[in-house]
Design a protein around this ligand. Structure first.
Ligand code: ATP
Ligand code: MG
Length: 350
């Protein structure tokens, strides 16, 4: 196994919509921190979205661009790093197919994130968890069921050392590590064992205080939302349901407005003061929310500005995707030659 000059870092996002503030604290903040230190591959996983949005070609193509726009907007450098469109590196499908021989069905079935996401697929129609599970089991595609293996292939293809992620992805990374170990044991050392890097806020709750903020659940503040939309969304947020008047003592723990303050308001004194007054029944929701909206808008303003620039310079966005994908493709071809050799799949006809 030859060591690259810089360690490699891979992470991906689904082109199922534009990005939100959960992506920022759960992933992008880390990406920004390591982008100069590691050789980074940022993947837009369009195959993955096809697994639960069959035939929605226009939606997926549009969102590949949206995700790239958001990445540029937060300040990722596409020259020093590679922005990669998953489907344009088909070696990933070959690797997925080969490593799927190393994963048992019960191993996949134990994956808690996969279980939860499959249940979510049925939630639109089913009421109880059991009903949702029944509906999902009938609807889930083999591709969706297989996506943890596809994700493992995405990580192993560039031989990534570090995989930054929200906590929902941890079971997939554990699976990837097992696959890498099994592969190396059976066929010789080819893959490094990747490490997970958890974001500062591993799972940001949604505006509805229901599970996690997620593109598919419509409970997000988008990185590109205009200031007045951010303010409107914050003013409509759930707070402490037990508190009817501003003079009632409130709860800070588990209150999404304070969770967001902790995550996004850099003025810790202001946050501590608001918490103290909230618990004592000395501040209304309106003030707490106004200050949160202001903190969020301060964070998002430069991101919005850069996004507006790239929206006017789409050639630069497409070029970033093209150049990055070419680099990833060269690396993938190299890895696959090694994998085929190791597995006894090369030179049949020499
Ligand atoms: P979808 O609903 O289509 O699955 P998503 O909003 O969950 O979209 P992904 O593209 O699946 O976004 O996630 C990309 C990365 O961002 C993953 O590493 C994930 O863990 C992280 N992430 C997504 N949502 C959050 C969140 N609410 N809090 C922290 N991290 C998050
Ligand atoms: Mg997701």
């Amino acid at each position: 196994m030859t060591e690259p000059k810089k360690k490699r870092f891979l992470s991906g996002m689904r082109p199922s919509g534009s990005l939100h503030i959960g992506h920022y604290v759960g992933a992008l903040e880390n990406w920004l921190r390591v982008q100069h230190e590691y050789e980074c591959y940022f993947l837009i996983v369009d195959w993955h979205v096809m697994a639960d949005h069959m035939g929605e070609v226009a939606m997926i193509r549009k969102n590949v661009i949206e995700v790239a726009l958001d990445w540029l907007a937060v300040g990722l450098d596409p020259n020093e790093n590679s922005f990669v469109v998953q489907s344009q590196v088909p070696e990933g499908a070959e690797l997925q197919s080969l490593i799927s021989t190393l994963v048992t069905v019960p191993r996949l079935n134990r994956n808690p994130t996969l279980k939860a996401e499959i249940r979510q697929l049925g939630k639109e129609q089913g009421q109880s968890d059991e009903e949702a599970d029944d509906i999902s089991r009938a609807r889930v595609s083999v591709a969706f069921y297989n996506y943890p293996i596809s994700q493992a292939a995405d990580i192993l293809l560039p031989k990534a050392h570090l995989v930054p992620t929200g906590d929902d992805q941890l079971p997939h990374i554990e699976l990837t590590r097992e696959i890498a170990r099994d592969f190396n044991r059976l066929y010789g050392e080819v893959f490094p064992i990747p490490e997970a890097l958890i974001g500062r806020v591993p799972r940001l709750v949604g505006l509805d205080n229901n599970g996690k903020m997620s593109k598919s659940l419509g409970n997000t503040i988008q990185l590109g939302d205009p200031a007045e939309v951010v303010t409107r969304k914050v003013m409509g947020m759930y707070t402490d349901p037990t508190r009817l008047r501003a003079t009632d003592p409130g709860h800070v723990e588990g209150n999404p407005v304070f969770i967001y303050h902790d995550a996004f308001n850099p003025n810790k004194e202001e946050v501590d003061d608001l918490k103290e007054r909230y618990v004592a029944g000395k501040v209304g929701d309106v003030e707490v929310k106004r200050k949160l909206a202001a903190a969020l808008n301060t964070l998002l303003e430069p991101i919005r500005d850069r996004r507006a620039y790239y929206e006017q310079h789409m050639g630069e966005v497409r070029d970033a995707l093209y150049q990055g994908t070419q680099r990833a493709k060269r690396l993938a071809e190299h890895t696959m030659a090694e994998v085929r050799e190791a597995m006894g799949l090369s030179s049949y006809f020499k």
